[in-house]
Design a protein around this ligand. Structure first.
Ligand code: AMP
Ligand code: ZN
Length: 477
C-alpha cells in the first residue's frame, strides 16, 4: 500500500522490517473521562488501517497502551496528573476511575466496530520496564537527575524535531502550555522520564525507583510498552496529530537513544475532528460521546460511515446536520442491500475486479471515501445479487460497516410485529415498538395526553408514525 509518512512528509510504498508482517503501535486513551467522538475518529481510522493491512495479506500485531498514570494536564510536564483530576472530580480512587473509563472506551469501540488490539496494556502494569529503560538512559548519559526528577537530555541528540513540518505550530503549543518553565530542565525541550518531587504531593500511585519513590512520565510508557510487546523494530506508529509533538517526538528520542538504532520508520497521524467551536477536546468546549449520539437517535455506525467519507489527513467538521446526512445515506445503503437475494452463482471475475480496485484505491493512502464509492458501484454492477453480496462482504472486511448483518436484520424485521389486534410495521427496533405499543394502550385507555407525548418523543428521535387500520407504520426520517 502507499501511505503518507509524517516522519518523511512523503507518501511512499509501505514496507516492513519482516516482510509480510506488521508490528503496529497505537497510543491509547487517557482514561480519566469518556472518549469523545474526536478521539474515536483517530481510533476508527487506525482500525481501518489495521483491517486493510490484514485484508491485503499482512499479519499484524497491534499493541495499545492505556494511560492510567503520568499524563499531566498539559502534554508537556505541567499541571496535575489527568487521572488525579478525574478521581477528584468524581470522588473516587484513581484505579476505579481507570477501570471504569477503560471499559467505557472499549464499549464505545465495540459500538463503532473498532477491533480490540491484540495487546492492551495499562501503563501502571509495566513499571519495571520503564525503570530498566531509564536506568540505561542514565548510565549512557542521555538522562540526568535534577530537583528530584529524572529528565531526558535532548541536547544529546543530533536531531530532536523529527516531525519538523509541525515545528513552528508545535513550538507555539509548547510555549503556550509550558508557561511555567521548569527550572530543573537544562533546556526547554527536556522532558521528565520519572517524577518524584515536583508533582508528588497528592499523587495517588507511586513506586520505588533508584531515584526515589515516584511515577513515570507519559512518554516513557509508550516506549516501554512498545519495546516489550512489539520488540526492537516497530513498523508503524499511530496517533492523533496532536500526539506528534511533544509525545511522539519524545518517544523517538528516548527509544532510539535506548536502542542505539532507528526504531520506527512509519508514523500515521490522524487529523482532528472539529466542531463549530474548534478542536474537540476532553478538557474544554463541546464534548460529544457515542452515548450522546445514541440518545439523540443516531446509530454509532452512521458515525463510522461519516468518518469514512472523509480522508484521515484532513480535519473533519462535525455538525448534527452532517451526521444526519451520513445516517440517511447509510440507512439507504442498508435498505438497498436488504433487497438483494442470496443464492445463485458468484461471478468470481467481478469479485476479483472489485477486490483489485479496492486494493488500489483504498491502498492509496487509505482513501476510505473511494472505498465507500465502490460499494455503490458494486450495487450498480452488471452482476447477479449473489455476486454483489460477495463483493460487499469482501470490502466490508475493511470498512467495518456491518453491511450484511445490518441489512439482513432490516429484511427480517421490516416484517410486521403482531401485538394482539395491533400490528406494528417498522424497521425492527424493539424500543420503538414498545413505545408504540404503550401509545396504543394509552389510546385504548383514552389517555390522549400520554399518547401525544409518546408520539412527540418518537418524533424527537426522528421517527415518523402513520396510523393505519389495526396498527401503525413507522420509519426513520
Ligand atoms: P487522549 O485520550 O487525550 O490521550 O487522546 C486519545 C487519542 O485521541 C490521541 O491519539 C489523540 O491524538 C486523539 N485526539 C484527541 N483529540 C482529537 C480530536 N479532536 N480529533 C481526533 N483525534 C483526537
Ligand atoms: Zn503514546
Amino acid at each position: 500500500m502507499f501511505l503518507y509518512n509524517s516522519a518523511t512528509h512523503k507518501k511512499a510504498e509501505f514496507t516492513t522490517h519482516t516482510p509480510g508482517h506488521v508490528e503496529m503501535y497505537t497510543c491509547g486513551p487517557t482514561v480519566y473521562h469518556f472518549a469523545h467522538i474526536g478521539n474515536l475518529r483517530s481510533y476508527l481510522c487506525e482500525d481501518v488501517l489495521e483491517r486493510f493491512l490484514r485484508w491485503s495479506g499482512y499479519s499484524v500485531r497491534r499493541v495499545m497502551n492505556i494511560t492510567d498514570v503520568g499524563h499531566l494536564a498539559s502534554d508537556a510536564d505541567e499541571g496535575e496528573d489527568k487521572m488525579l483530576l478525574g478521581a477528584k472530580r468524581e470522588h473516587k480512587g484513581v484505579l476505579e476511575i481507570a477501570q471504569f473509563y477503560t471499559d467505557a472506551f472499549f464499549e464505545d469501540c465495540r459500538k463503532l466496530n473498532i477491533k480490540r488490539p491484540d495487546v492492551v496494556q495499562p501503563a501502571t502494569g509495566c513499571i519495571d520496564q520503564y525503570l530498566k529503560i531509564i536506568t540505561k538512559l542514565m548510565d549512557t548519559g542521555y538522562a540526568y537527575f535534577a530537583g528530584g526528577n529524572v529528565y531526558f537530555d535532548t541536547s544529546k541528540l543530533p536531531r530532536y524535531y523529527v516531525f519538523n513540518a509541525h515545528e513552528k505550530e508545535d513550538l507555539a503549543v509548547g510555549v503556550r502550555e509550558g508557561v511555567e518553565e521548569d527550572a530543573n530542565k537544562r533546556s526547554q525541550n527536556d522532558f521528565v522520564l520519572w517524577f518524584t518531587k515536583s508533582k508528588f504531593e497528592d499523587q495517588a500511585l507511586k513506586w520505588d525507583s533508584p531515584w526515589g519513590e515516584g511515577y513515570p512520565g507519559w512518554h516513557i510508557e509508550c516506549t516501554g510498552i512498545s519495546l516489550k510487546y512489539n520488540g526492537e523494530y516497530l513498523d508503524l506508529h499511530c496517533g492523533g496529530v496532536d500526539n506528534a509533538f511533544p509525545h511522539h517526538t519524545n518517544e523517538i528520542a528516548q527509544s532510539e537513544s535506548y536502542l542505539g538504532h532507528p526504531w520506527c520508520p512509519w508514523w500515521f497521524h490522524v487529523a482532528h475532528l472539529n466542531t463549530e467551536q474548534g478542536k474537540m477536546s476532553k478538557s474544554s468546549g463541546e464534548f460529544l460521546t457515542v452515548s450522546l449520539l445514541e440518545e439523540k437517535g443516531y446509530d454509532p455506525l452512521a458515525y463510522r460511515f461519516f468518518c469514512l467519507q472523509s480522508h484521515y489527513r484532513k480535519a473533519l467538521s462535525f455538525t448534527w446536520e452532517n451526521l444526519g446526512n451520513a445516517q440517511g445515506a447509510y440507512r439507504k445503503l442498508l435498505k438497498k442491500i436488504s433487497t438483494l437475494q442470496e443464492g445463485g452463482e458468484v461471478d468470481s471475475a467481478v469479485t476479483a475486479e472489485f477486490h483489485e480496485k479496492f486494493l488500489r484505491q483504498v491502498g492509496n493512502d487509505l482513501n476510505t471515501a473511494s472505498g465507500v464509492t465502490l460499494l455503490y458501484d458494486a450495487l450498480r454492477a452488471k452482476a447477479n445479487d449473489a455476486t454483489k453480496l460477495a463483493v460487499l462482504s469482501d470490502l466490508d472486511q475493511v470498512l467495518g460497516l456491518a453491511l450484511l448483518d445490518r441489512s439482513a436484520a432490516l429484511r427480517e424485521t421490516a416484517q410486521s410485529q403482531q401485538h394482539g389486534a395491533y400490528t406494528i410495521t417498522g424497521e425492527g427496533d424493539d424500543a420503538v415498538d414498545a413505545l408504540l405499543l404503550r401509545r396504543y394502550e394509552a389510546k385504548q385507555a383514552k389517555d390522549f395526553q400520554e399518547a401525544d407525548r409518546i408520539r412527540e418523543e418518537l418524533r424527537s428521535q426522528g421517527i415518523e408514525v402513520t396510523d393505519v387500520p389495526g396498527g401503525a407504520v413507522w420509519k426513520r426520517v
